[in-house]
Design a protein around this ligand. Structure first.
Ligand code: PLP
Length: 391
């Protein structure tokens, strides 16, 4: 078939593994230029290096984060691996500091891969009574002088909001880079790069994709040197996203603001309803005045919402009663709210906390809800009825 321009307004799915480079001079020039590690090359060479469908999906994310570059990877974990690994510099690598209320997979990666396999000097910073003490953080960073600090805007499952603005200020003052996992807050609520963060990462599997049907990650930033390092790392480690997933992600990103706005609204309304129920001991939702980091949430998010995750636990005279209530609730909602170990799906889904996190969070009746964008009346009706049916 003769090649011709097609009048489509979209960048199609380019499934080419390698691209046609015509002659010896063209390929020689393309490989010479490749060492510049540009985000969008003049000539594509090989899809593990760069792919036009992926580049076009990255542009959608750059618009959302308001940043100079975004690099898609095949999972949130590979985005995190890329973001941190570019600061590894042989024997000269300074310590790396991780806030500890972060995704469990990231904590395990830091311990099992970075510390035990790569032998890196990994440190952690803990919250006290559900909040990070910023004065204490400054003391730690001053004595440790870490290469970078790694933090999440909203933590999981207690939904602790960190004062990322202050953390960035302090990190910069002590000459440390700052990497923010912004998966739970999304750029709809907060843009860490606007406040001077060096790198933002997302599990795009969650709200960016928003339909529970693909796995992807993204590394975003403004600094050109960091971008080139990340492009080089992604290329040689092979963390590139597939063009099919990039195409679907790009399409689904078009409804991100609409979906996430509705998810935040549903979550705020349901958190109030749960907080007023006698059978519930505590609701962890940063929009509630009772949440330990409500003031941080107001400072960072203003009136844009408080995210779409809610954690709560059942009251009861002992652990067995709390566990029984948790089990009954999960059974009672199961036709509408499924137990699925992810978040950011169209429908509300749940996870019991104890079977996943063990004794880390001592309330055995705890459940984490990822709120969807279904009709609020359907959601609240399902939850209300399920609680009423608990014996
Ligand atoms: N960051 C956060 C906050 C997460 O919740 C997750 C996964 O749940 C990840 C990163 C890892 O993302 P992925 O599962 O897409 O690799």
């Amino acid at each position: 078939m003769k090649k011709k321009e097609i009048n489509s307004s979209r960048v199609p799915v380019y499934r080419d593994s390698g691209f046609e480079l015509f002659d010896a001079d063209t390929i020689s020039n393309a490989f010479k230029k490749e060492t510049d590690n540009e985000r969008e090359p003049d000539l594509y060479i090989y899809s593990r290096y760069r792919n036009p469908t992926v580049v076009s999906a990255e542009e959608e994310i750059m618009k959302l984060e308001g940043c100079k570059w975004a690099l898609l990877t095949q999972s949130g974990m590979s985005a995190i691996d890329t973001a941190v690994s570019i600061f590894q510099n042989g024997k000269n690598t300074r310590p790396w500091l991780f806030f500890t209320e972060i995704y469990g997979g990231t904590l395990s990666y830091a311990d099992a891969i970075l510390k035990k396999r790569r032998g890196l000097d990994i440190h952690s910073f803990n919250p006290v009574n559900g909040r990070y003490d910023i004065a204490d953080f400054e003391l730690v960073i001053k004595s440790l002088k870490p290469e970078f600090v790694y933090i999440e805007t909203i933590s999981n499952p207690l939904l602790i909001v960190s004062d990322v603005i202050q953390v960035i200020e302090i990190a910069r003052k002590w000459n440390s880079k700052i990497i923010v996992d912004n998966t739970f807050a999304t750029p709809h609520l907060f843009k860490p790069l606007d406040h001077g963060a060096d790198i933002v990462v997302h599990s795009a599997t969650k709200y960016f994709s928003g339909h529970g049907n693909l796995t992807a990650g993204v590394v975003c930033g403004n600094d050109n040197f960091i971008m080139k390092s990340a492009i080089e790392y992604r290329k040689f480690i092979g963390h590139m996203l597939s063009p099919d997933d990039a195409y679907r992600l790009q399409t689904q990103l078009q409804s991100f603001e609409l979906r996430f706005t509705k998810q935040c609204e549903n979550a705020s309304a349901l958190s109030e309803m749960l907080a007023n129920n006698q059978l519930i001991n505590k609701v962890y939702f940063p929009g509630l005045k009772t949440h330990e980091t409500h003031s941080e949430a107001l400072k960072l998010f203003g009136d844009k919402g408080f995210g779409a995750m809610i954690t709560f636990d059942f009251s009861g005279k002992d652990a067995d009663v709390k566990r029984r209530r948790r089990g009954e609730f999960i059974r009672n909602v199961s036709s509408k709210i499924k137990l699925i170990p992810t978040l950011g799906d169209p429908h509300t889904i749940l996870m019991p906390v104890e079977p996943v996190w063990g004794a880390k969070y001592p309330e055995p009746g705890m459940i984490r809800l990822s709120i969807g964008f279904e009709k609020y009346e359907d959601l609240s009706g399902t939850v209300q009825k399920a609680i009423e049916q608990i014996k």
